[in-house]
Structure formats: structure tokens, C-alpha cells
Design a protein around this ligand. Structure first.
Ligand code: FRU
Length: 479
């Protein structure tokens, strides 16, 4: 157990110590973003699942709070608090609050290993989400299965009902339930056996969005986590219509669409209760081989969800949440770099300014106009002595965005064409995580890297030719 402060992200969430996996119960209340998360309060590995808790006003700085929902231990039963969601019950439909005080209601999976059972529980909070009381009538949904989990609940104003989406993982199937009071749930319909069914289905969500921001073009987005550390892609999505009862897929059943093309992005769910129809999600970055200590696991940057019409149909775009821009704008001039219209060639162009930008906590936004260079991009975590680096590159012949790790191995890649003749990369590098948004979020690739302590250089590069950099903006987020 060697401490690894060099890999502790500074602008991504990590628990102060011990294990985290999925984000849970994401909800925005009175200007505060709540993050609950799958947590082992006792060890730096998965187990004793409970809901850890943190809050933030800007989605960058987090305040750590005590465990909100601990595991339940009785004589015959251990109940682990698996993933789920939280809703604000504005009209007190559940009766868990009062007319003047809306309760916060968590809906989660109770995993009972001894009974080999998973069912859906509710718990409520009347102190703003700090502590929860489990409902005496639990479970609220039980189909007597070992695997049945990750409820995600939204309020449908038109139908005046709550809708729960929940997964039957081994059967690649989702179920939708409806309720008037969050306690009594009726099966509405099922959706499944479509898209990617190679792996189990977990952590589903169902989210309304306006295509191209146009209120006349409402669509529903289903996201599902599906995979394990060996999977090339961890999350898939469907777009379609939902009438309060059934989901109708826009695409043929065989059609597959993915949220992120790296191996680490998983279990993402959107925030509930955001203003102005905004939809923003957090995902878990699954820690594969490399151990970190005294914590393990981190969250992605908050990502805005957008649906856009494209020649290939309606597609999901993601962008670092727009609210984050306020924090970037507030940084002092010494921590910002802006350069426009310059050419790069096979001599590397270091990104630095009087020692800044060598913190491994950089946000780089660069737009390239491909020229004769056959390969170009950004190098991170460079150690000139040990000659190691991580390469975020774009290969023009293959139309491929790739990340090659310190050992030169390509760990993650995806295919994407230039948009209007340009390749824009937003590279969010934070000590051990790299999130790359391509062409304004048309594709996203996330990975984990583990640079040595002296590996803090970064640079732009082009191979075998020249490339134009239309614009470069860099923020150094180290504290
Ligand atoms: C996804 C998941 C969920 C489950 C939770 C348990 O990573 O397997 O399906 O609720 O983790 O920690």
C-alpha cells in the first residue's frame, strides 16, 4: 500500500480514502450538486457497499460528507446498498415529507448476498440528503431474482407519474415501472435484446432531450452500462420515443451506438432536477490494473448530454458541462494559454509558459487543420530523461483517434472523420485520467494513465509533414 499522490486527480472527484465505483443519486438541489457514490467505507477495494456522499457548487470542487446510506446488517441478512437514484418529491406524493417540505427519496438496489437476491428499496431524507431512513415497506419492487438492479427514476409531468427504469442484467433486458407514490410500482413494459448484448446490462437511465435544442423535437435517450474491464466499450445508448409506457427504438435492433470508446468510462447516470431541461451526467472511471492508494476509483468530468441530427440520424454528443466554463474563466492569466493560427511540424511544440502547464492537471482545447502531416496531436506526461510519454494522436490515413500509453501501446482508439475539415480535441488530463472529446463531443474516448513523478511535459506534435493549429487554449488546473 504505497501512497500515490502523483495520481490523485485535482479536478475530478475521488473519495478521501477507500474504494468508489458508480455515481449514485445524482441530484441538484438549491444550487448544490449532490453526488452519492458506491463506496466501501472500510477498505480500498469493492465490498461493504454503501452510499458515500459529497456536494459541489461548481462540479469541480467537492465537499466530503459522511456516508449517507450505510450497509444494513441484521442477524440473518446483510444488505448492501447498490446503485440507484434520488428524486425530489415536490408534491410529497410518497408522504415521506410534509406539504411544506418535499422529501428527498433515494431508490436503490438492496443486494442480499446470503439470500442471493436483489430487489428495489426506497429511503427518504428530510435533512437535505445528509441522512436517510429506509422505508418500512421495502422492497418496493421484487421479482425474486439474483440479478435485478440499478433503478433510475424520473417524474413525467404529462402522465403525472414516476417512471422507473431497472435492469435484468443477465437477460439484456430493461423493465419500466410506473408509480404515483414511489411505493407501489406497476410494470409498464420491457425493452431489450437489442444493440450490444455481448455483456450484461447494468445502470440504465431514461432521459428526455430536445434534438438540436428544439422543444418541438423531443427524443428519449436510454444509456446502459455493459461490460467489464476487458471490454472495448463500456456504455451503449439508444434513441427513441417514450410515451409513458413503452420505448420505441429509432433504429433497427441490430444497430449499436456507444457513449465512450475507452475501457474505463462506466455506470454513468444523469443528474435529476437540473434547471432548464439541462441534462448532465457523471460516470465512474473504472480503475483497471494499476493500484492507487489510499483511494481507488474516480468520477469523470461532468458531461452535458446533447442530441443532434446528423446524416446518420439522431446521435449523442457530449461536452464538458457548460457550467465548468465559469471556473476556467476565473483562473488567473498565468494559468491560461491562448495561441492562434500557427504551424507545427516534426519538431515538437512544447506547451509551457514559465513553469505552468507542467502539473499534469491540464485542460487542453486544440483545433487542428490537417495538412501534410500523417499523424498529429498532443503528448502528455512526458519525461525527457526516461523518454516516456502518452500520445493522444490522430492518424489521417486511418481516420483514427488513438491513445498510446507510456509503453507505446495503443490502449484505446476510435474512428472519426474531420468535421468541416478540422479535428478539434478537448483533452482533459488530470494526473491519471485522460478524457478526449473529439469534434465538439461527437466521439469521446477516456482512459487512465500512470505517468512517473517527473513525467510532466506536454507538447503538440505532427509526424512527417505540417499541420495547422487553428486555435489552442490551455488551462492549468493544479492547485
Ligand atoms: C456497476 C455495478 C452495479 C451495481 C454496483 C454494485 O458497476 O455492478 O450494477 O449496482 O456496481 O457496486
Amino acid at each position: 500500500d504505497v501512497p500515490t499522490p502523483q495520481w490523485r486527480p485535482v479536478y475530478h472527484f475521488t473519495p478521501p480514502k477507500n474504494w468508489t465505483n458508480d455515481p449514485n443519486g445524482l441530484i441538484y438541489l438549491n444550487g448544490v450538486y449532490h453526488l452519492y457514490y458506491q463506496h466501501n467505507p472500510y477498505e480500498n477495494k469493492w465490498g461493504h457497499m454503501s452510499w458515500g456522499h459529497a456536494t459541489s457548487k461548481d462540479l469541480l470542487n467537492w465537499k466530503h460528507l459522511p456516508v449517507a446510506i450505510p450497509e444494513i446488517e441484521t442477524k440473518d441478512t446483510t444488505t448492501w446498498i447498490f446503485s440507484g437514484c434520488a428524486v425530489l418529491d415536490k408534491n410529497n406524493t410518497s408522504g415521506f415529507g410534509s406539504k411544506d417540505k418535499a422529501p428527498l427519496v433515494a431508490i436503490y438496489t438492496a443486494d442480499q448476498p446470503k439470500q442471493q437476491k436483489e430487489s428495489q428499496f426506497v429511503a427518504y431524507s428530510n435533512d437535505g440528503g445528509l441522512t436517510f431512513t429506509n422505508y418500512a415497506g421495502n422492497p418496493v419492487v421484487d421479482i425474486h431474482k439474483k440479478d435485478f438492479r440499478d433503478p433510475s427514476v424520473i417524474w413525467m409531468e404529462e402522465q403525472q407519474q414516476w417512471v422507473m427504469t431497472v435492469a435484468v442484467p443477465q437477460e439484456h433486458r430493461l423493465q419500466f415501472y410506473g408509480s404515483k407514490d414511489l411505493k407501489k410500482w406497476d410494470l409498464l413494459s420491457e425493452f431489450g435484446d437489442q444493440g450490444d448484448t455481448r455483456k450484461i446490462w447494468e445502470c440504465p437511465s431514461l432521459t428526455p432531450l430536445y434534438v438540436d435544442g428544439d422543444p418541438a423535437k423531443k427524443k428519449w435517450l436510454i444509456m446502459i452500462s455493459s461490460g467489464n474491464p476487458d471490454a472495448a466499450t463500456g456504455m451503449q445508448y439508444f434513441t427513441g420515443d417514450f410515451d409513458g409506457k413503452t420505448f420505441k427504438n429509432d433504429n433497427p435492433a441490430e444497430h449499436q451506438q456507444f457513449v465512450d470508446y475507452g475501457r474505463t468510462f462506466y455506470a454513468a447516470i444523469p443528474y435529476n432536477n437540473l434547471p432548464d431541461g439541462r441534462q448532465t451526467m457523471l460516470g465512474w472511471l473504472m480503475p483497471f490494473e494499476t493500484p492507487t492508494y489510499p483511494w481507488r476509483g474516480q468520477m469523470s468530468i461532468a458531461r452535458d448530454l446533447l442530441l443532434k441530427s446528423t446524416p446518420a440520424g439522431v446521435q449523442l454528443y457530449q461536452q464538458p458541462a457548460a457550467v465548468l466554463n465559469a471556473s476556467l474563466d476565473k483562473l488567473p492569466a498565468s494559468k491560461k494559454l491562448v495561441k492562434q493560427g500557427f504551424e507545427i511540424d516534426s519538431k515538437e511544440t512544447p506547451i509551457s509558459k514559465g513553469g505552468q502547464f507542467n502539473s499534469n492537471a491540464n485542460w487542453i482545447d486544440v483545433t487542428f487543420v490537417p495538412g501534410t502531416g500523417e499523424d498529429f496531436g498532443v503528448k502528455l506526461g512526458q519525461d525527457p530523461v526516461a523518454k516516456v510519454e502518452t500520445v493522444v494522436g490522430y492518424n489521417t490515413a486511418r481516420n483514427e483517434l488513438y491513445i498510446a500509453n507510456e509503453k507505446g501501446l495503443v490502449m484505446d482508439k476510435l474512428t472519426v472523420k474531420p468535421a468541416e475539415g478540422k479535428i478539434r480535441l478537448q483533452v482533459l488530463f488530470d494526473k491519471s485520467s485522460v478524457e478526449v472529446f473529439v469534434n465538439g463531443g461527437e466521439r469521446v474516448l477516456t482512459t487512465l494513465i500512470f505517468p512517473g513523478e517527473k513525467a510532466t511535459g506536454c507538447a503538440l506534435f505532427a509526424k512527417n509533414g505540417k499541420v495547422m493549429v487553428e486555435a489552442l487554449r490551455v488551462w492549468d488546473l493544479a492547485r
